[in-house]
Write a protein that binds this ligand. Structure first.
Ligand SMILES: [Zn+2]
Length: 251
């Protein structure tokens, strides 16, 4: 075997390596090994045709000093980095024959806010408030979208935009100054997840009119918009007022 690679071989090797690293990055999001799509299809039947892979389990969580059991559903779409998690809370004492309309939060992943409780945005407060509301409800769910980091522009661009804000720009102009869109989020995946779980009619927890529109576009009927207003801090006051004044959020 020759040790010299042709250009074609080198390109093929590079592309195989890239797709492997992309797949590894995707599975690293939830720290779980990637199952073979064919196995998942056998396990899940027809429903998984909408997705590349699905996994489900029960997730006990600690919330405000008590244990709460949630259903956890993990999804992978046909783009390797496109993974999402849905947690569902069902009140075991709720009547089963009623047509319960689930209370739903579609949450954009935010490493700085959700994990480190950054005060530059209100993501952590929104997530906690959503958890509280779904746990109080007979049927509630949160769809968590890691790839929506920084309104879909990614972690590095988000931090670049923060640095631009440090120089005095608001959140909209900061994104524009680094050549990033103001909002690059896409809602096809959460809509597919809602359909997979049989929730085509929802009460949506959001202040963002674009999210309501996006859900409608993918045939999810939003029968009620439940506003989630959190307490502003000195660090996120400007972020929240920009959302209200320049992005039509109902705050
Ligand atoms: Zn955030």
């Amino acid at each position: 075997m020759s040790s010299v690679m042709t250009v074609k071989e080198a390109m093929e090797a590079r592309s195989a390596k890239r797709s492997l690293s992309e797949r590894m990055r995707a599975s690293a999001i939830f720290g779980i090994p990637r199952a073979d799509a064919a196995t998942a299809t056998e396990q899940e039947g027809a429903k998984s045709e909408m997705f590349l892979d699905i996994a489900r389990t029960t997730l006990p969580i600690e919330f405000q000093g008590r244990e709460v059991r949630l259903e956890a559903h993990a999804y992978e779409d046909d783009t390797a980095s496109y993974q999402a998690m849905a947690v569902v809370h069902r009140n075991p004492n709720a009547s089963t024959d009623s047509d319960l309309v689930p209370l739903v939060r579609v949450h954009s992943g935010c490493v700085t806010g959700d994990i480190f409780h950054s005060l530059r945005c209100d993501c952590y407060a929104q997530l906690q408030l959503s958890l509280e509301k779904i746990i109080e409800s007979d049927l509630g769910m949160i769809i968590y979208l890691p790839h929506h980091e920084g309104r879909g522009i990614g972690l590095v661009n988000k931090i670049k935009a923060y640095a631009a804000q440090d120089r005095g720009l608001d959140t909209v102009d900061a994104n524009l100054s680094i050549g990033a869109p103001i909002d690059a989020r896409d809602y096809e995946l959460p809509a597919k997840i809602l359909k997979d779980l049989g929730f085509e009619k929802i009460r949506l927890m959001s202040n963002n009119p674009l999210k309501i529109e996006a859900m409608k576009r993918f045939d999810i009927e939003v029968i009620e918009q439940v506003r989630t207003v959190t307490q502003p801090s000195e660090h996120n006051e400007r972020y929240l007022s920009t959302k209200r004044d320049r992005m039509a959020h109902k705050l």
